[in-house]
Ligand binder design. Sequence first.
Ligand SMILES: *[C@@H]1O[C@H](CO)[C@@H](O)[C@H](O)[C@H]1NC(C)=O
Ligand SMILES: *[C@@H]1O[C@H](CO)[C@@H](O)[C@H](O)[C@H]1NC(C)=O
Ligand SMILES: *[C@@H]1O[C@H](CO)[C@@H](O)[C@H](O)[C@H]1NC(C)=O
Ligand SMILES: *[C@@H]1O[C@H](CO)[C@@H](O)[C@H](O)[C@H]1NC(C)=O
Ligand SMILES: *[C@@H]1O[C@H](CO)[C@@H](O)[C@H](O)[C@H]1NC(C)=O
Ligand SMILES: *[C@@H]1O[C@H](CO)[C@@H](O)[C@H](O)[C@H]1NC(C)=O
Length: 350
Amino acid sequence: MFYGNLLAALLVIQFYVCSHSYKNTIDIEDIVNFVNNNPQSTWKADTYGMKTTRVRDFVRQKLGINRNNMKNHLYQKKELTERQFSQNDESIPSNFSWLRTNRTICKMDRIGDQSNCASQTMFAIVGSFSDRLCLETNGSMATPLSVEYVLSCNTISEGCKGMWEGYIYKFLKTNGTVTGGYYDSDEGCQPYSIFPCGGFWDRIPCPSNYSYTPKCKERSCTNDWYDYRTENSTYKIKDWYYIYPYYNDYKGQKEIYNEGPVITNFQLFEDFLFYKSGNTRTCIYERSYPSKFLGYHDVKVVGYGIENGIKYWQAANSWGTSWGENGFFKIKRNECGFDNSFVAVTPTAT
Ligand SMILES: *[C@@H]1O[C@H](CO)[C@@H](O)[C@H](O)[C@H]1NC(C)=O
Ligand SMILES: *[C@@H]1O[C@H](CO)[C@@H](O)[C@H](O)[C@H]1NC(C)=O
Ligand SMILES: *[C@@H]1O[C@H](CO)[C@@H](O)[C@H](O)[C@H]1NC(C)=O
Ligand SMILES: *[C@@H]1O[C@H](CO)[C@@H](O)[C@H](O)[C@H]1NC(C)=O
Ligand SMILES: *[C@@H]1O[C@H](CO)[C@@H](O)[C@H](O)[C@H]1NC(C)=O
Ligand SMILES: *[C@@H]1O[C@H](CO)[C@@H](O)[C@H](O)[C@H]1NC(C)=O
């Protein structure tokens, strides 16, 4: 009995020590089992064949300086003005997604892949800009805009180490970006050039050196058949503004429904890496209890709705299509600071 208690005590101490040394190890199986065996879970997890070491690289390479976004947000608040809405009286649907709507011919189902580069902020912002430009031109400007150009040519930034959001908005307003799809796409002038590696099971590991930023190609196209001169200009934004759905989610819904996808920033907890699909009831991410904070992440929000009584936002991630629901996910409203502030851009149709 005595020895039993002692053993139990030692196990408790050991558990305590282990669970607090997570910086070195993430027990992927534990997280996945915890989520999938919890009857309260609103989503299903998958290990994605990831190993602990790969998770560490994944986080380091994909979040970059954005892991600590305090400055980022201070910078933002100074620069932006809030979008003013009239009364909450306009009727909008309670479920809406730009992925399914028949209101436009613009396709918004593209999913980018950062690879070993902390370019998530550019994927979110340029992605939303592309969608809104397409909407504004009623589908006549449907070629995606280039993340690569912003990543490599915005010289006040640190490229693949991450980029403050404010610098990206400024760059898009003063310099703009050319066209260009995702990796290996034959779309546009400068598609994304970083080969997808690392992270998930179907990938080769990334090179061991830190991610490198592609070189700026200012007046040329990397797609051979695409002539810079036929394009000859960059696409710019008129401005950007924020929306606070935190106290009133109608604001966020209305912005998305009327104007198009928005950008947001949220806290990434380790279980989020393993988000895969829905269970029998819902497919809405909610942080599972033992999950630890990793840093901040940016995504493009494309829809919202209610599933089984739970209100959610739907967003496009930039981790390729094998992650989540073909690269997309749903997250419970107000989860992980997701609703703190949305940012929206206004495109200039030239
Ligand atoms: C679009 O879908 C809505 C709802 O499903 C339907 O009522 C409407 O007729 C559709 N419009 C067009 C142009 O297909
Ligand atoms: C947008 O394009 C569609 C066809 O693609 C056309 O039917 C519609 O009238 C256009 N709307 C505007 C406002 O130009
Ligand atoms: C961006 O604009 C600034 C100011 O006009 C200019 O000095 C700079 O060369 C531009 N950069 C690119 C990559 O176009
Ligand atoms: C990292 O490795 C890649 C691929 O081997 C190479 O092209 C690149 O120059 C290396 N970067 C640095 C900073 O060493
Ligand atoms: C295209 O850009 C070049 C170089 O900036 C400029 O000389 C030329 O006039 C432009 N052409 C058109 C049609 O705008
Ligand atoms: C939309 O939301 C309602 C709850 O308000 C839900 O009952 C319904 O199934 C949803 N419809 C669709 C098409 O998702």
